[in-house]
Design a protein around this ligand. Structure first.
Ligand SMILES: [Zn+2]
Length: 429
């Protein structure tokens, strides 16, 4: 079995790993590159392997940087099956509307091999000489680590790995034994702040409301938007913040929230909590409603995608809110280099949106501790719980510094042989 690294090795986006056996080829994740232009340009380059030669795709989760390249792969001749957990399938149906016909076809497979309620790893064969199984990764709804077996050898792709103690998602399940591991390293060189994110959230909201301002929270449609709604709901219930209107302005996030409510077995909230949060949220669906909300000047909390302010409805809110010192912009997760989010978090005093510059007068905060990625200590704790002894670990999905730091942690703390692969390199397993 050979493994070729087709993306996501020097950056946190564009995850693509190709496994080759003598008979078949399986692509693990099929992500879009996001962030700086040089990365985005890779989306337009010819795919380094013939798409028609790939027999199947396995997805770790629905985020676009892991699934967004699927329509292109299909357009260029991929005809195989795409396998993922049930929730990932439903989220992809929202995230990849253009690939709707493709998703419908795969529904039958996703349905047949849906994510087990008891989280036992049921195995399936994406192609006849490979078996694979999903185990919960705790990153977003449906996210999974994928264990692939061929010819007596096993390899696990971690995908993105969640937190040990997330208010919403359950901790990632310990891994089954494996010969090889492909491990993400988004926070390979950083710890999350030890502060209580709920306390921090309350402080920013209260300070902003006291100034008569609006709190704008750019959030990923899938994952953090649901967590924020839950935390804000809890803060209101405990009367730690004023009862101001809470808007969710992202059609995609609204649909994702519906999927979230349908899958109680995969997260910590019960049906009643989901209903309460629903009742306390104003969903902004139409463009007309969104425009009206953009003109709003009264205190409120607005959650809108995208999470790194690289696109989406949040841009209109930023244009309206950034020039006023009364308002706050609260980022809630990893900000990739080159994104507007990254620039603002690093103190940019003006931001270009739709070809025009806007002064950053609003206060900007980064609630990094709300991240959906475990930091390196959390990853190490999870790996230790797993009691595995891989022959080799390939560290991917991190900026070069983060990936190299993770490699060192694995060597020094666990005594594992680890390396950071190069883009397009290929190894014999
Ligand atoms: Zn992700």
């Amino acid at each position: 079995m050979k493994l070729r690294f087709l993306g996501g090795v020097d950056t946190v986006t564009g995850s693509r790993h190709l496994l080759k056996t003598d008979l078949h080829r399986v692509l693990v994740d099929c992500g879009l590159y996001q962030g700086v232009k040089s990365l985005r340009r890779r989306n337009w380059a010819a795919f380094p392997e013939e798409p028609a030669s790939i027999d199947a795709v396995l997805l770790t989760h629905g985020h676009i940087d892991h699934s967004g390249y699927l329509p292109v792969l299909v357009k260029h001749g991929f005809k195989g099956r795409i396998r993922c957990t049930r929730s990932t399938f439903e989220l992809c149906r929202i995230l990849l509307p253009d690939a709707g016909h493709l998703q419908e076809e795969d529904a039958r497979y996703a349905n047949r091999k849906q994510f087990s309620r008891h989280h036992t790893a049921e195995s399936f064969s994406p192609v006849d000489d490979i078996t694979a199984s999903f185990s919960p990764a705790g990153h977003i709804l449906g996210s999974a680590c994928i264990r692939v077996c061929h010819g007596g050898k096993t390899i696990i792709f971690s995908g993105d790995v969640g937190r040990q103690k997330d208010p919403l998602m359950r901790a990632p399940t310990p891994l089954a034994d494996t010969d090889y591991l492909v491990l993400e390293s988004t926070y390979g060189d950083r710890r999350h702040k030890d502060t209580d994110p709920i306390e921090e959230l309350a402080t920013v909201i209260n300070a902003t409301l006291a100034r008569g301002g609006i709190v704008l929270i750019p959030a990923f449609a899938v994952g953090r938007a649901q967590l924020l709604l839950y935390l804000i709901h809890e803060l209101k219930k405990e009367k730690r913040i004023a009862d101001v209107p809470v808007y969710l302005n992202s059609p995609m996030a609204i649909s994702a929230t519906e999927v979230f409510h349908r899958h109680h077995n995969e997260h910590r909230l019960n049906a009643e909590q989901c209903r309460d949060i629903d009742a306390g949220t104003i969903y902004v669906r139409t463009v007309e409603e969104a425009i009206e909300l953009t003109g709003r000047r009264l205190p409120a909390i607005i959650i809108s995608a995208s999470g790194m302010a690289s696109g989406g409805r949040v841009l209109h809110h930023l244009k309206a809110l950034l020039p006023n010192h009364r308002n706050s912009v609260l980022f809630a997760g990893y900000q990739a280099p080159g994104t507007r989010g990254d620039a603002m978090v690093n103190g940019a005093d003006r931001i270009k949106i739709h070809g025009e510059y806007f002064p950053v007068k609003a206060s900007v905060h980064n609630l990094d501790s709300l991240s959906a990625h475990g930091d390196y200590e959390e990853l190490l704790a999870w790996l230790q719980q797993s009691h595995i002894t891989p022959i080799k670990v390939f560290v991917t999905h991190g900026e070069p510094r983060a990936a190299d730091a993770m490699r060192k942690h694995l060597k020094e703390r666990l005594g594992w042989d680890a390396e950071v692969p190069e883009l397009f390199s290929e190894v014999e397993l």
